[in-house]
Structures are given as structure tokens and as C-alpha cells.
Design a protein around this ligand. Sequence first.
Ligand code: FES
Length: 233
Amino acid sequence: MAHYNGRLVELLLEAYQNATARIACPAQAEPKPGQYLQAHQPDQPLEVTPTALFRAGESHRARAGELNFPVAGPLPESWQPGAELKLRGPLGRGFELPRNLRRLALIALNNTPARLMPLIPIALQRGVEIVLVSDTSEGTLPLTVEQQRLAELPRALAWADFVAIDIPLEGLEELAERLVPKGRVRAPEGQILVFSPMPCGALAKCGVCSLTTKNGPRLACEDGPVFELKELI
Ligand code: FES
């Protein structure tokens, strides 16, 4: 983890692009799928907390040593294209797909599938079949990625041999009910990104992002935000 200078390249329409903006930063700052960067503007007042930026798609090389990639929001309204950003990271634990994976279900139990999107090119490169389960996906997906609504979740769970989920912190109470529906005896194999406000990014241990796991209390900003599903069900 280190500090970098970056910039906001453009703002995007989230409903269409599954992302809020594109940023440019040094290649070493690139977060893996599920990891995040803490970002603020250099002249931001101290009382304004940094913003957690998650990668929402593939990175492209912009200039020598610099990458450009989409990020998931929400962003402060004051951020405008061209704005300089101070970045800290990459932070937290990201997704790790198992080696022998064949069928992957990406499940957005949040208001956007954006934070799951960087897993798509990685899985496709390995010949993995992918289903995206989301009620809000309107972005452009590779033709080989099947899209299903959340009403089809039981079917996707029966099909997949690994699931990658995005859920808001407050949605954890209903997680077991959604993933272990009647007739199913076990939770699926997989990992889950617990999305929460992360004002301090583990620096001050403020506890805003704390959650209870089978192994005791954890902080999403530091121990996650990606957890093994079996820790939470
Ligand atoms: S954001 Fe402060 S402890 Fe996680």
C-alpha cells in the first residue's frame, strides 16, 4: 500500500456503463477486483472523508506507466473531469477465483453489478462460463456472458460451481435466506464483497464498516471487503 497521484478522466452514466467515472493512475495503484483505493482531492477540507474507489472494468494503458480504468461510484458531486486525485492503496482483500473453476455466477445483491465486472475478463480468459445475476445490469457485456434477473437466482446457484457476490452491509441479515432457499441444503462455494461506507480505510479503526463473522467481528475495510462466503453463512 502506498500513496499515488491520479486524476479523474471522465464521468460516466452508471446505468449504462456500470461505472461512475474513469480515472488514470500509476500502474502500481491498480486495485485487483474487489480491492479499493481511498481517494481525495488535494484541496479537500479535512472534515470531508475520502472516497473508496473500486475498479469496475478492464484497465487500459494510457501513457507509459499509467493505467486508465472505470470505477464504481458514488463520487462526490464536486469532482469534475480533469480533477487531480490523491490515492492511497490498493487496500483490502480482493476476489480470488479458484484454479479449476468452470461455471461462475456473478451475483449483484446491491444496486449495481459494477464491482463484479473486473472478474469477467479474467474468467473469460480462463475459459470459464459466466452468468451475471442482477436486476440493474444495463451495460454492454461480452456476448458469451449470460444475464439473468434476481428472480432466477436459485437456478444460477444450482448451475454455478463458484459464486462472487456484491452485497451492502445492511443486506447481510437476509443473505442466508437468499442463498439457501427451500430445497437447498448447503450454501454455495464462493466469495462475497461486503460494500459499506469506509471513511477511514482502516487508518483510525472507526468501526463504521464492522460486521460479525463466524470467526468474530471483522472490518470490511481491512479484513475484506471480500470475505469467504462460509465465514458469513
Ligand atoms: S472504515 Fe474505519 S474501520 Fe473500516
